[in-house]
Write a protein that binds this ligand. Sequence first.
Ligand code: CMC
Length: 428
Amino acid sequence: MTDTAKLILGDQTIELPVIVGTEGEKAIDITNLRAKTGYITYDPGFGNTGSCKSAITFIDGEKGILRYRGVPIEQFVEHPNFIEVAWLLIFGRFPKKEELERFSALLTEYAPLHEAMKHHFEGFPVDAPPMAILSAMINTLSCFEPQFSKFEDDEAFEQAAAKLISKVRTIAAYSYRRSRGLPFMYPDPKRRYCSNFLHMMFSMPYSDYEVPAEIEDALNLVLILHADHEQNCSTSTVRMVGSSRANLFASCAAGVCALWGPLHGGANVAVIEMLEAMHKGGLTPEQCLKMAKDKDSGFRLMGFGHRVYKNFDPRARILKEQCDKVLATLGVKDPLLDIARKLEELALQDPYFVERKLYPNVDFYSGIIMRALKIPLNMFTVMFAIGRLPGWIAQWKEQHDDPTNRIARPRQIYTGPTKRDYVPMDQR
Ligand code: CMC
């Protein structure tokens, strides 16, 4: 097997080591390229660049495989437990019963927000985007938890992770209550993670929101399917910020901002807006595909395509099945599901999408489940963030524990003016 690559530059031949991952993917190690040759590599969008070694998540985009710490995500479908998966991702092994219980107890203990933090919500306009509130409030958390700017040991890290995972859920629910002018509901220590979230979203001081077991399972599964996805835009952002030794909270707040964009986590909102436009009769599925294929339209088929998957996104497969299950449990008939199915069928037969290997991604069906759970549209990307948080924490920790970590600092090819002189104002 090749363990070096040869690069010929003029009359110079450089040998570059080849790194092989545990699943056989190969990378040419260019760490010393510039020092040896003066050249850098050019890879806009980092489509060919491995930014780190990671033992957390494996994706084979050609085969449509996604595994967390080696476990295929399909194996989480039957007994979905988001907190167990979060622990697995962060600490790299399955928690023992007592470890999971201890972590769950920490989540319960940390669920309430500092009362002073509650007042921060009043400073936001009622129509403030919940993603803006989420990012701002995660940063605010670091002011209330200054002891976590450095970690003495794994126990302190576990506490910080539990605080973040637990309080993010409270922040998310409060941002929704604020937007509706509803009273904040305190977390209920008797409830588990997902049920407690739905309680803080939908209970009223005079009536408790009951959560059927199937719905709790469905929400656990939605969060699990979003929990990590190796070096995607928001996770790379978390690592980029963390590489400067910024604290965990600040790094995750930055991750929320990256996730917000419509080409990333914001796509789940864009998908529903697109399906709603079709439902209202403004657009047929055929017209929608035509527009998506027209490069001048500036429109893309939302929920389709992926940088890594050139096959079905395994998360989309699971979510599509779950849509039927959740809607049946709740007795909901959502016309958007029929439109989504039709759109998928047409796209998968269309040469434009077939040639480019564009398949439904995680965002294509997730919104239909969230609608059925009565999660409002402007909270969809927040749900993605709650799900992705364990992945961000795991990736931040992996980088933090890596003694070879260096500050992330890409280079560029400068294309601006060459040296010229300053022109005084009166001579311009
Ligand atoms: N609709 C129409 N054309 C598309 C689409 C789409 N959704 N996605 C990719 N293409 C075309 C693109 O125009 C290009 O065509 P050509 O080769 O003729 O120039 C080709 O397919 C390759 O696309 P790309 O832009 O080079 O692909 P990328 O890896 O840079 O982008 C993507 C990946 C996910 C940003 C993109 O597929 C997209 O914009 N999809 C819609 C938004 C979306 O659903 N995002 C959620 C992604 S999954 C969850 C997450 O990461 O948050």
